[in-house]
Design a binder for this molecule. Structure first.
Ligand SMILES: [Zn+2]
Ligand SMILES: [Zn+2]
Length: 165
């Protein structure tokens, strides 16, 4: 299992292996250490996010969404050209072809576990079905907490507001 996360202090993106015996992640940018316990990663599972203490995690496809988007956009643009030249068969071939390619890529990519709160990504987690898919309500709750914390931080920059929820 390994994790990709953004350092909460300096925003540097880090990638680190997760030790099932517990351990710590060290930020490559500022050296911030984040410790985690063995009980949080028992038997290849993940009971909570190791970067922030949140236990709201969801499963999503490890699929570069930009890639899927551009395949569809390019397919659509190409089909407009063939449609203009009245190439009906070619138009539909391109449209179905790009949709099929999108689907194939989607099936080919594995699943990844994501934290709602800090957006850390976990790859190679076992028993993924224990975690639900993306839930808009939970996402919205975390988004509002984050927005409130940021407002507080801007209002009183000298006080530490992190960790309060
Ligand atoms: Zn850092
Ligand atoms: Zn997290």
């Amino acid at each position: 299992m390994d994790v990709v996360y953004r350092c909460p202090r300096c925003q540097q993106q880090n990638q680190a292996p997760v030790d099932p015996q517990g351990g710590e992640f060290t930020c490559a940018g500022c050296g911030l250490k984040i410790a985690y316990q063995a009980e949080d990663v028992s038997q290849g599972r993940l009971r909570r996010c190791l970067v922030c203490p949140s236990d709201d995690l969801y499963v999503r496809k490890d699929f570069p969404q930009k890639l899927g988007f551009w395949i569809v956009v390019l397919g659509f643009a190409a089909s407009c050209v063939t449609w203009y030249f009245r190439q009906v068969v070619a138009t539909f071939a391109i449209l179905f072809g790009t949709a099929g390619l999108d689907l194939l890529l989607y099936l080919f990519f594995g699943n990844v576990l994501t934290c709602y709160r800090c957006h850390a990504l976990y790859r190679g987690v076992e028993n993924l079905e224990e975690h639900g898919p993306f839930d808009l309500e939970v996402h919205e709750r975390h988004r509002q907490i984050a927005a409130r914390l940021q407002q507080q931080a801007e209002a009183q920059p000298s006080e530490l507001t992190a960790g309060k929820s």
